[in-house]
Design a protein around this ligand. Structure first.
Ligand SMILES: Nc1nc2c(ncn2[C@@H]2O[C@H](COP(=O)(O)OP(=O)(O)OP(=O)(O)O)[C@@H](O)[C@H]2O)c(=O)[nH]1
Ligand SMILES: [Mg+2]
Length: 297
């Protein structure tokens, strides 16, 4: 192969919250670069995962779920999606196989109307629909927009994930690799550690609480002489009443969150980790520009 046949470029996944964008990103990259959860609006920034192949380098950008914003945070998240859409070579719009097309999906098709980039429709979570339901969903999605392709996939079983990579790569421009060989993401370690803690904290919380959580890693340092990493982090909630829910009776819930997060962070860093977690209130941070800035939005 001559170098000119090598392709390299950017794809992004967009869609409503909770449709499986991050899980699909991780499946393509083959490792966890983005956190996932059953709660909507888990992803809060554009996360890059890099797929290395002999013939191509595909940079997948996972984006926050597009939704009708109710807070300043929501507006910021939608802005991230719109900015990402403008800078990629190909777009994958995700529609879950097990949920009917609704106003949110039509809104997203509208956002795509002016886009000159090729757009693929991905019917995600194909494992959750029987063949009839999947067929009906493929027809419904096909009717929404003039797609370059409509592809059913399952990140859970790996169904057509390889095919999806081929289809995305075919739409990339020719060019040399953009990232060093083997680099799977450009997420800073500190960001990933904070995200893993937030993922652990999200498990099992309901209603408004998932939206109210933010994590800041205040300090991370390797102890000299010992192969141990100290991580000091704060889980922020929006209201004093949310604090006891996160902490749990006698601190039991926070302890579980700490244990789960510590295992994940150890896997990421490849060293034993001492994790120190605190819970604080950042009043109404989702609506407060100053607090948002402090929390990195
Ligand atoms: N059965 C099944 N579940 C899936 C699949 N992909 C994702 N899920 C589940 O769907 C939920 C949402 O997945 P995410 O990847 O976090 O969804 P997202 O679109 O990134 O969500 P936001 O970041 O909130 O916009 C999680 O509980 C996943 O485990 C799949 O292929 N099959
Ligand atoms: Mg996500």
């Amino acid at each position: 192969m001559t170098p000119s046949e090598h392709r390299a470029g950017f794809a992004c996944f967009v869609g409503r919250p909770n449709v499986g964008k991050s899980t699909l990103t991780n499946a393509l990259v083959g490792t966890k670069v983005a956190i996932t959860s059953g709660r909507p609006q888990t992803t809060r920034h554009a996360v890059r995962g890099i797929v290395h192949r002999p013939d191509a380098q595909l940079v997948v950008i996972d984006t926050p779920g597009l939704h009708r914003p109710r807070t300043l945070l929501g507006e910021r998240l939608n802005d991230i999606v719109r900015n990402t859409l403008a800078e990629v070579d190909v777009v994958g719009v995700c529609f879950p196989a097990d949920e009917r097309i609704g106003p949110g999906d039509r809104y997203i098709s509208g956002v795509l109307a002016d886009l000159r980039t090729p757009v693929l429709a991905l019917v995600t979570k194909a494992d959750l629909a029987d063949p009839d339901r999947l067929g009906a969903q493929l027809l419904a999605v096909t009717a929404l927009h003039d797609w370059a392709e409509v592809v059913p996939v399952s990140a859970a079983t790996g169904y057509q994930v390889g095919l999806l990579a081929d289809l995305l790569v075919a739409l990339l421009p020719e060019g040399p690799p953009l990232y060093p060989d083997g680099e799977l993401t450009d997420e800073p370690e500190l960001t990933m550690v904070g995200e893993l803690i937030r993922e652990a904290a999200l498990a099992g919380v309901r209603d408004e609480l998932p939206h109210s959580l933010a994590v800041v890693v205040e300090e991370m340092s390797r102890r000299p002489q010992r192969d141990l990493v100290d991580v000091h982090a704060v889980i922020y909630v929006e209201r004093p009443s949310q604090k006891p829910i996160i902490i749990g009776a006698g601190g039991a819930r926070l302890k579980t969150v700490g244990t789960v997060a510590r295992h994940q962070v150890q896997q990421l860093l490849g060293s034993p980790v001492f994790l120190d977690l605190h819970v604080k209130v950042a009043k109404d941070w989702q609506r407060d520009p100053r607090q948002l800035r402090r929390l990195g939005f």
